[in-house]
Design a protein around this ligand. Structure first.
Ligand code: ADP
Ligand code: MG
Ligand code: MG
Length: 268
């Protein structure tokens, strides 16, 4: 338990590589989430040739400050004082847990959430010009009304001036597109998120990811060279959509426009 300005922290919600997330109440009794980073610790972690984790957190905040959409977790306030070693991100509280907690789920339920994921991603890619780069069930939260909220912008990048290529790769291994594996950092724009959405949709219904490997190189091998095996219980429309999202060639992979118009999302 701790007090921070008007916020009273209650309990731990989650813990990631760099940050801890607490549940808290503001002065009016509304629940919020507080993501806390330790600046000193971040300065000592290198995430690239010339970047520390502190730089990444500044980017996470800068990106999130620009976002406002019903399917994107809202950043409410940032508390970062020079005389404090901590950075606090005050976030909309998502009481429904993560998509991971609810997987595997029925196809009907998956469709409900996936439609909202598409709306949030469409906003990010087309309006905000942001590539998320870490889409996965653990980063998709649910509010009290079962609305999906895309969260964790710790790997996100802005597509400034039409640029949609980044030289460093990011993400979570089992959700990373083939073009991210093997040190090829030449094409990592929107299609990287589409691939991760495809893996996520598969995971929601099947409860596991489509590509696996005992070691990292076995996983790479599968992602790069193996055809997806779609379980029999997936109907033809769903199968078709997943195969199009998991196209190994980023230039051939389904776009959000194509996903929005796909029969699986249109049919009830
Ligand atoms: P990391 O970058 O360390 O992965 P996240 O922002 O993904 O941090 O948060 C870690 C975990 O904390 C999430 O997977 C989720 O379980 C929980 N969490 C994060 N934000 C919230 C929130 N706003 N409401 C409820 N739980 C949250
Ligand atoms: Mg996360
Ligand atoms: Mg993160």
């Amino acid at each position: 338990k701790f007090q921070l300005n008007q916020y009273t922290a209650e309990g731990l919600l989650g813990q990631g590589a760099f940050g801890k997330v607490y549940k808290a109440k503001d002065s009016s009794g509304n629940l919020v989430a507080i993501k806390i980073y330790n600046k000193k610790q971040l300065r000592h972690r290198w995430i690239g040739k010339a970047k520390t984790a502190l730089f990444a957190v500044k980017c996470e905040i800068e990106v999130m400050e620009k976002l406002e959409h019903p399917n994107v977790l809202q950043l409410l306030e940032v508390i970062d004082n020079d005389d404090s070693n901590k950075i606090y991100m005050i976030l909309e509280f998502a009481p429904g847990g993560t998509i991971n907690d609810h997987s595997p789920m029925s196809e009907k339920e998956a469709k409900h959430y996936f439609k909202q994921l598409v709306l949030g991603m469409d906003y990010l890619h087309e309006k905000a010009l942001v590539v998320h780069r870490d889409i996965k069930p653990l980063n998709l939260l649910l509010d009290a009304n079962n609305n999906l909220k895309i969260s964790d912008f710790g790997s996100a990048q802005e597509m400034a001036n039409g640029r949609d290529e980044f030289s460093n790769s990011a993400g979570t291994w089992a959700f990373m597109a083939p073009e991210l594996h093997g040190g090829n950092g030449s094409f990592q724009g929107r299609p990287v998120d589409i691939w991760a959405m495809g893996v996520t949709l598969f995971y929601m219904i099947e409860g596991k990811t489509p590509f696996n490997g005992r070691r990292l190189i076995d996983l790479y091998e599968a992602v790069k060279n193996e055809e997806v095996v779609v379980p029999d219980k997936f109907n033809e429309d769903l199968k078709d959509l997943i195969l199009k999202m998991l196209n190994k060639d980023p230039e051939q992979r389904a776009t959000l426009e194509q996903i929005k118009a796909h029969p699986w999302l249109k049919n009830v």
